[in-house]
Write a protein that binds this ligand. Structure first.
Ligand code: AHG
Ligand code: MN
Ligand code: MN
Length: 325
């Protein structure tokens, strides 16, 4: 049995990774352990229901969105290695320590619509090195490929931690003593798949290439793809990406015609980039249907982006349909 406390120092040393970065990761994980405790108890810890407030993106906040956000911010502010943080639930970035070397970006509670119905939710995080100079929004606006670490904690039937420090992907499971124990090293996303995830209720709003792609999948054996596809939609990105990491698949939240100023629902900095780093570290692929997710130049903290990620062959197929349209 290898706990995170045993694994991390070894992994840092082996790959010449700064211990300060390890400490920031540990802080995120400790906060998520706390959040996990609250999620587990649900109504018994008074965390269910609406907060009665909204976030800067115009979304109603659940109590647990706010609680998870507060737990992460409080913990990260205590770590002197953290220069600043940015959260899906905060209007602007939060400054922490002037001498801190790292920036942490997070979606404190992903899958909010599932909290009150006891379906898996999670926390997603991304860590960047702080650029020289005074901390500003621009300090955070780095391409996904610049991330020095990314990960998520899935509050599912088991609480699992998945992260990468850009030397492979590691999966840990929370035990009864509240320790994360290494349960899988370097899972690989199979290049081919027969499973897709998309919110089909938005079909009529999709652009033509996505309409064509899904029609091809639904045609199954009799269509151009020549095989039958299965569909899943949990409505928690963390849960979908974890499933894809474990057994392959393709996850999409495409741009649609409803509001052309919003190129998708999901957020580049808190959701798309960290998940893309994990999947690409595991042999998968990720794009906005046109270009590699990790190469996108961000223009705002809360920027939204179209998402296509998972098994490499499917992501490439979707990209081709969009690039030739
Ligand atoms: P969040 O709870 O952080 O706002 O994110 C929810 C996201 C993502 O987890 C999920 O894939 C998607 O929204 C679900 O969207 P639908 O409501 O369209 O199913
Ligand atoms: Mn989310
Ligand atoms: Mn969220």
């Amino acid at each position: 049995m290898t706990t995170l406390a045993q694994f991390l120092p070894q992994h840092l040393q082996q790959h010449n990774i700064a211990v300060e970065l390890g400490s920031v990761l540990e802080t995120v994980v400790a906060a998520c352990t706390d959040i996990s405790g609250k999620v587990r108890l649900g109504a018994l810890s008074g965390v269910l229901g609406m907060a009665g407030t909204g976030n800067v993106q115009g979304e109603d906040q659940k109590k647990l969105d706010v609680i998870a956000n507060d737990i992460l911010i409080h913990a990260l502010k205590e770590n002197t290695q953290v220069a600043g943080l940015a959260s899906e639930e905060e209007d602007t970035f939060v400054a922490a320590h002037t001498d801190g070397k790292y920036l942490v970006l997070f979606d404190p509670l992903d899958g909010s619509s599932n909290i009150d119905v006891n379906i898996s939710v999670g926390t997603i995080f991304s860590i960047l090195a702080k650029p020289q100079g005074e901390l500003a929004t621009e300090s955070f606006l780095q391409k996904g490929k610049n991330q020095v670490a990314a990960g998520y904690v899935l509050y599912g039937p088991q609480t699992q931690l998945v992260f990468t420090l850009k030397h492979g992907v590691f999966v840990f499971t929370l035990n009864e003593q509240n320790e994360f124990v290494l349960t899988q090293e370097n899972p690989q996303v199979p290049a081919a798949t027969k499973e897709f995830a998309i919110n089909m209720s938005n079909q009529r709003h999709w652009l033509a290439p996505m309409q064509q792609y899904i029609a091809e999948l639904l045609a199954g054996e009799t269509g151009v793809r020549g095989k039958n596809y299965n569909m899943r939609w949990v409505a928690s990105m963390v849960a979908e990406i974890h499933r894809i990491l474990m057994r392959g698949g393709v996850f999409m939240y495409p741009q649609d015609t409803r509001d052309l100023s919003k190129p998708g629902k999901l957020r580049l900095m808190y959701e798309a980039n960290p998940m893309s780093l994990i999947l690409t570290q595991a042999g998968g692929a990720a794009s906005n249907a046109l270009e590699a997710m990790l190469d996108i130049e961000p223009n705002g903290l809360h920027q939204r982006v179209a998402v296509v990620m998972g098994s490499a062959e499917e992501v490439e197929y979707v990209n081709k349909l969009h690039q030739t349209a």
